[in-house]
Design a protein around this ligand. Sequence first.
Ligand code: NCD
Length: 325
Amino acid sequence: MKHLLTIGDLDRGELEELLDHADRFAEVLTRSVPKVPALRGRTVVLAFFEDSTRTRSSFDVAARRLSADVINFSAGASSLNKGESLRDTVETIHAMGIDAMVVRHRSSGAPHRIAEWIDASIVNAGDGWHQHPTQALLDSYVLRKRLGSLDGRHIAIVGDIAHSRVARSDIEAFTALGARVTLVGPTTLLPPTLSPWNVEVAHDLDAVIGDLDAIYLLRIQNERLAEPLIPSNREYRDRFGLTAARARRLRADAVICHPGPMNLGVEIDREVTANDDRVAVLDQVAAGVPVRMAVLFNVIGHGRFDDTPSGGDEPVPAETNEVHS
Ligand code: NCD
C-alpha cells in the first residue's frame, strides 16, 4: 500500500491485517523501551492545514515510536499566510527529502491532489467532510477488542452524519468488517443520499438503543454549518443525546464511542462519561498510536516488521566522531 486516502481503498482482509499489525505494535508500546527501529532513517511530515489535537499528536508519537524523523508543519505558521499555494508549499516540503506526508485539510480531496503532485506516501488525517481513515481504523480496533469481532454486531452512529468525515469512514469500515450499521439523527443531519452504503436509518434513538452492541456519538460540526440545523442544543440532547437515563437502557456489554472533541451535555452527558465503564473514549485515543504505527509502517516500512527493540537512542558509533590524522 503506497497511500492511505480512504477506507474504501481497503478490502476486509487488508483492514483486518492492519488491525492485526496494530495489535503487534500495541505490544511494543507495553515494553520498558516502547520503540522499534522499523522506520529508522525515514522522515514523516505532519502537514496539518486544519486544527487537531488527538490526530496530530498520535501520529507524532506513532512515528517516533517507529524511530522515524518527524517534521511538524502547521499551516498557521507557514508561508501559506504569505500567499504561497498549497502545491508550492507541499512541493517545498517534499524537496527536503521526505518519505511520508500525513495530511489534514479542510477541503475534501486535498490528500488525493497532493498524492498526484509529489512522490511520497500520503496518509489522509481528515479531509473536509470526506474521509478520516485512521480514525475508522482505530474505532474498529477498539470495537474489535471490546466486542471480540464486528461481525453481525449492531452499531448505531448518532448525530451529525451529514458533515462528518468520521461517519463516512466508520460506515465503510464497520460494514466491511461485517457489522450492521444504523444511522440515527434528524433528517437535517443525515446526508441527502445513503445509496452507496449498506446502512439502515432511524430517527428515534429510543426505538433502537436497547438492541445495540455499540453506540457511536458524533459532535455537531458547527464550524461546517452555514445555518443551524437543529432547533437548539437542549432539544438535540432530549432526542439524541446519551443521557444517563438512555445509558441505562443500553445493554450492559455495549460500547460507547466518541471521536472527540466532545460537547458534554449535548451528544453525551458528563455523568455518563465520568461513571460508565462502557465509555471507550480514552481507549480510542490510546488506540490511535498503535493503529497509526501500523499505517505508517505499512506505507513506508520495508517488508516484514522487525520487532527487536530500538537502538535508536544509542550513541553515534565512535568512528564517525573520530578525527583521523
Ligand atoms: C474528528 C475530526 O477532526 O474529524 N476528531 C478527531 O479526529 N478525533 C471529529 C470532530 O471534529 O468532531
